[in-house]
Design a binder for this molecule. Structure first.
Ligand SMILES: [Zn+2]
Length: 363
């Protein structure tokens, strides 16, 4: 099985180990809790989900019912059919889609895209995308090589409510990996519920300043799933812990792509120095670097960020930079997370897995 690494923020890893509970909350860049400012939020079901599984709509409703049946003060998930077509991304319409190919999901089985107010953490939009990389089953007897759709949707709905992936307890709905060929947990566990309680307990929704709520009072969402035989989205906290820094996973090649500001993708060595670095890189499993800058831009409703980093081994003044791109980011007061991989902040050490970085001279 291929080892999959993930770019978990150090804070997440700490949170998972420093307390009795296992749940992980989704946080804003400044440490606030990402949450819905509503007692109910609507998840529209895009017609495309019918391609995922014949009984996909039933599975989505079942998963929502399981969350709604709990007395955890979390917003109620109202499932309704979408009348018009939308796309995943920030448009203030929360929906669940099926996409045969969805690059931002990388190798994940599903991903939740959460757009929220960067300052306060209020969710503005949250979408779930079931990808076409794997086969789903909504049956009570999940077929071989198929993945339990009720479980997968329930997990993503947990992200939609503001929870992050849990990497310690295989027995909770928010555990980051899933398995094929069997029916898995289809309702939130006590730990999952403790997580949503931590987000919403004592929180009273306030009326939006500017009226209309329409189908989305606030949006939330978020997250991802990878797989290995198994992963939802990631799994790699282990790697991240063992060596300092954040891993940008090999598994996230779909999400982390090479590229310079101009969109170039070459890791080809252009100078002797680059050649040296490229040679070093070729012999290493990873490259330690420090983020020095990032720039996000909209591509439709999705944010894409160009991240600039300096190799940790590079003495100042360092004239070498590593550039890579990730989905998600921050722009116009809106933060967006695509799956579990938050775009690393400047100053944060990152460990780039081989093949994910491009080498270029700093300008
Ligand atoms: Zn997840």
């Amino acid at each position: 099985m291929k080892l999959v690494l993930s770019a978990l923020a150090a804070a997440c890893a700490l949170a998972a180990t420093s307390s009795a509970h296992a749940y992980v909350l989704k946080k804003t860049p400044s440490g606030g809790v990402v949450h819905w400012n509503a007692t109910e939020a609507t998840l529209l079901v895009d017609r495309s989900v019918d391609q995922a599984e014949r009984r996909a709509r039933d599975a989505i409703q079942r998963a929502a019912d399981a969350w709604n049946a709990q007395d955890a003060q979390a917003p109620r998930i109202r499932v309704a059919p979408a009348d018009t077509a939308h796309d995943p991304g920030f448009d203030k319409v929360n929906a669940i889609f099926y996409r045969r190919a969805f690059a931002p999901a990388g190798t994940a089985i599903a991903v939740t895209v959460v757009s929220y107010e960067q300052a306060g953490g209020t969710i503005l939009d949250a979408d779930i995308v079931l990808t076409g990389r794997y086969a789903y089953s909504a049956s009570d007897d999940v077929e071989r090589d198929h993945y339990d759709l009720v479980h997968v949707v329930g997990h993503e709905q947990g992200h939609w409510l503001g929870l992050g992936d849990e990497n310690q307890l295989p027995g909770v709905l928010m555990f980051s990996a899933t398995k094929s060929g069997k029916t898995l947990l289809r309702a939130p566990s006590d730990d999952d519920l403790a997580g949503v309680s931590a987000i919403y307990e004592g929180r009273t929704p306030t009326p939006p300043a500017s009226a209309t709520t329409g189908c989305s009072a606030a949006g939330t969402g978020y997250n991802a799933a990878g797989l290995g035989s198994v992963l939802f989205g990631l799994g790699l906290v282990l790697g991240a812990r063992r060596r300092r820094g954040t891993w940008l996973a090999v598994s996230m090649l779909g999400a982390v792509t090479l590229g310079g500001p101009s969109g170039g993708t070459s890791a080809r060595a252009a100078t002797t120095e680059d050649a040296t670095m490229a040679a070093e890189a070729a012999h290493a499993d990873a490259l330690d670097a420090v983020v020095v800058g990032r720039t996000s831009s909209w591509e439709g409703g999705l944010l894409r960020t160009e991240v600039q980093a300096r190799p940790a081994s590079c003495a100042a003044p360092c004239d070498r930079e590593v550039h890579f791109q990730m989905w998600g980011g921050e722009r116009d007061g809106i933060a967006q997370d695509v799956g579990e991989e938050s775009v690393p902040e400047p100053g944060l050490p990152v460990r780039l897995a081989r093949g994910t970085w491009g080498v270029r001279l700093a300008r």
